[in-house]
Ligand binder design. Sequence first.
Ligand code: CAA
Length: 401
Amino acid sequence: MDELLNAQNIEYRDRAREVTEKFVRPVAAELDRTGEYGWSILEGLKEYGLTGLWIPKEHGGKGAGVMDLCLVVEQLSRACGGIGVAYAVNALGSFPIILGGTEEQKKKYLPAIASGDKLIAFGLSEKASGSDAGSLQTTASKDGDHYVINGEKKWNTNGEVASAFVVYALTEPEKGMRGISAFIVDKGTPGFEVGKREDTMGIRTVPVNELYFENCRVPAENLLGHKEGGGFKNAMMTLDRARPGVAAQGLGLAQGAFEWAWRYASERRQFGQTVSSFQANQFLFSDMATQIEAARQLVYSSARLIDSGAKNVSKLAAMGKVFATDTAMKVATDAVQMFGGYGFCRDYPIEKYMRDAKITQIYEGTNQVQRVVIGRALTREMKSISDFLDVKIEHFPGFED
Ligand code: CAA
């Protein structure tokens, strides 16, 4: 499908493919076993000029956008879903600053993320505030030229390895979600601690932690955009732009699982023929390939829409996330089935795809939340479309008075 990509897309995709084969695939199983962060892979990404692609050129990045980000995440995830998100989560952490930071804040934080010398994390969710992100309870009260943050964050991907954290907290609790503001908190700030690491089913190479804030004093200059109250919108706009990255992680996982299943079924013989030559399996492979291609086109479309500067990107971003990550889970499960009993064992690489795929349906907004976002957009759009229809539904039989 190179015909549908431009020269820059192909260049970044091919570099990412090289990094994947050279640096990711050889260590994916070991990182999964040990839970260590892929530092050698980060060095590979730096060597190949792939860190911080999405960061504007004037702030040290490549100014490449979400489409190229997706192509890189897709390639990395073909070999390891954990490495895919370890890369993509830096985009999730830097989008709030790109979208809402002051020039000073951009200059201070973005260049080191662009070069890969520093990593960043996104702190929105809490123990009791997941899908209902607007119900968060962490507070930040103004005290002179500082804010004092108190509370806890949950599911902080990159927690242990990040140097900076975008943290959402209530500056005006009486206003509910409209009283949420965003802060950039540096690692090591007194009163801030990266806590418990989750023992996760998949993506085990990337640390997911709790964050604790106890009377943590953050300089007022670290209030994102130097403006109180825009935090929830900033988080929503960030998620709209980051979801194609998770979708690309699902896409890469599906593609990678498909490739392993194809290879195995082409070599494994039962009843005197290769497993892939049974028509039932050919149909299964056809369905897998069709679903993957459909996911790819949806993910790329959502990424291109965002890069076009369009304002209404929520629906397509949510559609891409739902479809690609549901595809990842389905294809990975079918791929395990294709391996038979061996698919259930860690001797083979395939079970990891199934474990890594599961979280893509959950984080950066559960797939149920994505359907809420799509449903709300449809309600708005379909209302205006229905207004243009000449035919009145009440004229059909069964609708008369
Ligand atoms: N862009 C801009 N503004 C938006 C917006 C968007 N996409 N979505 C909502 N808003 C605005 C609304 O316009 C509204 O503004 P006003 O105050 O001016 O009216 C305001 O935000 C409130 O919007 P809603 O009434 O729609 O809010 P809601 O409470 O009904 O919630 C939701 C909507 C879509 C369910 C939202 O809560 C949501 O996305 N939840 C999921 C959160 C999520 O994805 N969490 C993942 C965190 S990251 C992670 O997983 C960890 C990791 O590290 C990988």
